[in-house]
Design a binder for this molecule. Sequence first.
Ligand code: GAP
Length: 462
Amino acid sequence: MLLKKEREENNMMEKIVSFCKRKGFVFPSSEIYGGFANSYSYGPYGTELKNNIKKLWWKKVVQEREDVVGIDGPILLNSKLWEASGHTSGFNDAMVDCKKCKKRFRADHVVEEATGKDLEGELEEMTKVLKEEKVKCPECGASDWTNVRNLNLMFKTEMNGYYGDVYLRPETAGAIFIEFKNIIDSMRVKVPFGIGQIGKAFRNEIVARNFIFRLREFEQMEIEYFIDPNQKWEEIFEGWLVFQEEFAMALGAKKEDLKRYEHAREKLSHYSRKTVDIEYKFPFGFSELFGLAHRGDFDLSQHAKFSGKKLEYFDVENNRRFIPHVIEPTFGLDRCILVTLLSAYNEEKVEEGTERVVMKFPKYLAPIKLAIFPLLKNKPELVKKAREIYDNLKGVHMCEFDDNGNIGKRYRRQDEIGTPYCVTVDFETLEDDTVTIRERDTMEQKRIKIEELKNFLEENLK
Ligand code: GAP
């Protein structure tokens, strides 16, 4: 739980938030109307970064694996699905209000922060602790609490021609389970196999906070990996954990900033054999980045029961029918973006008295891959040549053309948005068709033939 005072002291988060707004990565949404409930828009560079992370995940999960297929399901789904999955009755967080300042909090967070006790799910016990131990309100310091109550986190909406409540999906997983039958009927999949999906999810979080870490509208990248209940699951589980750690490192996270948190057996749902979170050392402390759960046959059995349809797999080789068990690796996309931004941010001394902010994104994630400059704006022959290079490469990579200010300033601008390479067209270019190419991290420059640029980028942007 981040207290107000800590928030103020939290220098790195503040830096990232203001940097993201200033440089077109992430903007507070609805700002001209005074903001709206901690929601954010991804700006032009943030959108490129987000798309590159999605592309990387899809490549590693769907494209490079023969055992995973991808789908794209709807946000609005038949409400029976959420009854079957237990979300309608059980997808709750505990809330409590401060009677003095009227602020609302996650009760388990306030209790844990003040007393170190993990009482998640124990409403009466939390009320007792808050009142008897006179826990202070993190906002105003009073100790005057309401009772702790449950709040269902699903967003309710209405739909023409449909009577009854409709929900915005609280996770993408549900949309995967209900396509299990269509996938085994239409694709040549064999257990073990997975279905992956990227998409929006909505949760009416009691408190949305920590920038894009906890949002009410966010994106998930999830896989349901179906296995034979008789097969050894431990190795498959470990394989996905390693995959998740490697994916975090591919975003730029350092190994020492990651840790595994295994949920205590007594806290697990009755159907789960094992649940592990991959936590990342955010500036506000180690917190969940990804999750991995063995969910047994709970989901398919529940959907079979509520839909009346058989959701079984037929193993032709052994002439055997069974309901597969599922291992669920889940990834929060917005949290991936936050990790990428935090890992890339660097302030460096470059020369005596000068500093640069440089986003050292892995090159394959950088929003802009190449910036092209004419040395001088008022020399049409330089501008024309630089434009030609830009026009030639813009269909292959995200490029920027910039003729504004001196070259040093242009380099700084590109360093700040993490552009791996800058190319400058100068008078020598007009004579021998070579340009200067400058690398972001080392700031080293060398000359290269224009005709070699395409290959150079292909080789060096991996
Ligand atoms: N289907 C399983 C599932 O949804 P979860 O732990 O509730 O599990 C999965 O969510 C991931 O989604 C989390 O590990 C986190 O990265 C991300 N996530 C969850 N709630 C979020 C929120 N309010 N804002 C941003 N990301 C969130």
